[in-house]
Ligand binder design. Structure first.
Ligand code: HEM
Length: 462
């Protein structure tokens, strides 16, 4: 039974396994425990037992939709304070999950990506305009900060026709500040302690309620703009929700749910992609031979084109492999939770009652030596050569989650990120001027902290 699952030896009542680990890096602490305890282990955090799974066979089993389903618990449950029954935080059996999924799926087809492409290019050009100025002045660029500006503008423009003016600001848009506070708050494990929820939480709640209120007011403004324009023809995400509704029936989402979806997409649609781009640039800057191969591909596929077309982005197969490899090492949404639909036995060893759940620890899964070989920490995009992907078992690479509740924005993120990497590699030489050492910060998502580069413009081949 569950007693067979290893747990850290040191156990203090109440504090459980938290003592001695940093409350701000739960994912990296858990990755360390997976190394020490193996690919199935449990941690007791403030009285709550969490089972972590990083074993490829068990992860594949948990992907079986007939036996397991996404469960909204822990930090994701606390995000419901701000995102309610939006797609990410909706319970799987909530009617608004399926309705929202069906309404919004039309915004993520290949045709939709082709429609978004020119806007994605335009947002990337705002980034390069800003980086050109930095390059000319010899000033370093704040990579995660600028990737966040880029990805926020991209989802806001493509999804909602809204401009945050991120590149015209010296400070992050207040929406981003409030979002980060909300994410950090959801991650704060002190809030799991019974009693502290009232004492400590009352103090933080006041501040966080302010941030949540700010997020809602931004969203109401986004929707108000569109309705005031009276334009019912736009087929972006907001248009699908306001005007189109459910395919076939036209059934609409209610106003409260639309607000939850807008917050959800503004946050889910930029935070993780920003981290993925930042980690990819980190590995490219540290691996000149990979960068050279990636850039050669861009030069060959794009030639002298001023801006790439949609197809020219899809053809950057090596750049895509470098991105996949960055997402292997640092999947920026690092976990997902699967619950048993009925009493079952996981892997023939671990009995689970109906509703019992386990957290898939993606960065540990992505370092399994049976699957990835003896040096899983090594950055090697060739791991994603088609023949090597085909040779690996299913469900060993899961940066976008699994099944029906997997990431709806996967193609959006991949197209945006490959496009931007292509543009940046073609335009700049990257200099690791500060001899950066990777520090990963956690705010539910993962992000390299304090990562700067200097740039020089490169001659683009004719
Ligand atoms: C769900 C990762 C980009 C929107 C998920 C899940 C993961 C994930 C792991 C499943 C979470 C769970 O099972 O609890 C990522 C990564 C991204 C990315 C790594 C970038 C590299 C995006 C983008 C959008 C988006 C660009 C929107 C434009 C969503 C939504 C869900 C989701 C709405 C919830 C889907 C549902 O439950 O129906 N994402 N995501 N994501 N993602 Fe993404």
């Amino acid at each position: 039974g569950i007693a067979r699952i290893p747990h850290p030896a040191r156990r203090v009542p109440l504090l459980g396994d938290v003592l001695g680990v940093s409350p701000s890096a739960p994912v990296q602490d858990s990755m360390r425990m997976a190394r020490e305890l193996g690919p199935v282990f449990q941690r007791k955090v403030f009285g709550q037992r969490i089972v972590f799974v990083a074993d490829p066979g068990l992860v594949a089993e948990l992907a079986d939709e007939t036996r397991f389903v996404k469960k909204v618990v822990l930090a994701v449950e606390r995000l419901r304070d701000v995102a309610g029954d939006g797609l990410f935080t909706a319970h799987s059996d909530e009617p608004n999950w399926r309705l929202g999924h069906e309404v919004l799926a039309a915004g993520f087809t290949r045709e939709a990506m082709v429609r978004y492409h020119p806007t994605m290019v335009a947002m990337a050009q705002r980034l390069t305009a800003s980086w050109d100025r930095r390059a000319a002045a010899g000033d370093p660029v704040d990579v995660p900060g600028d990737m966040t500006k880029l990805t926020l503008e991209t989802i806001a423009h493509t999804g909602f026709g809204y401009d945050f003016g991120s590149f015209e600001r010296s400070e992050p848009h207040p929406f981003v500040t409030s979002m980060v506070s909300a994410l950090l708050h959801a991650q704060d494990r002190r809030l799991l302690i019974p009693g502290v929820r009232t004492v400590f939480a009352r103090a933080v709640r006041k501040r966080v309620t302010g941030h949540h209120g700010h997020l809602r007011s931004v969203v109401d403004e986004v929707v108000r703009r569109r309705t005031a324009e009276g334009d019912e023809s736009t087929d972006d995400l907001l248009g699908l929700m306001l005007n189109t509704g459910r395919p076939g029936t036209g059934e609409r989402l209610d106003a409260a749910n639309i607000r939850n979806q807008v917050i959800t997409f503004l946050v889910a649609g930029h935070e993780t992609t920003s981290g993925a781009l930042s980690f990819a640039l980190y590995y490219l800057a540290k691996h000149p031979e990979v960068l050279a191969r990636a850039r050669q591909e861009v030069d060959e596929v794009w030639g002298g084109a001023e801006v790439p077309g949609y197809e020219q982005v899809s053809k950057l197969r090596y750049v895509r492999r470098a991105l996949d490899e960055a997402l292997r090492l640092w999947p920026t949404a690092p976990g997902y939770v699967r619950a048993a639909r009925a009493d079952t036995v996981l892997g023939g060893r671990y009995p689970m009652r109906e509703g019992a759940w386990a957290l898939v620890l993606i960065p540990a899964l992505h370092r399994d030596e049976e699957v990835w070989g003896p040096d899983p920490e090594a950055f090697d995009p060739d791991r994603f050569l088609p023949e090597r992907v085909r040779a690996r078992p299913a469900h060993t690479f899961k940066p976008f989650g699994t099944g029906e509740r997997a990431c709806i924005g996967r193609q959006f993120a991949l197209h945006e990120a490959v496009l931007v990497l292509g543009l940046l590699l073609r335009r700049y030489d990257l200099h690791d001027h500060a001899d950066y050492r990777l520090r990963v910060t956690e705010r539910l998502t993962l992000m390299p902290e304090g990562f700067t580069l200097t740039l020089t413009r490169r001659k683009v081949p004719a």
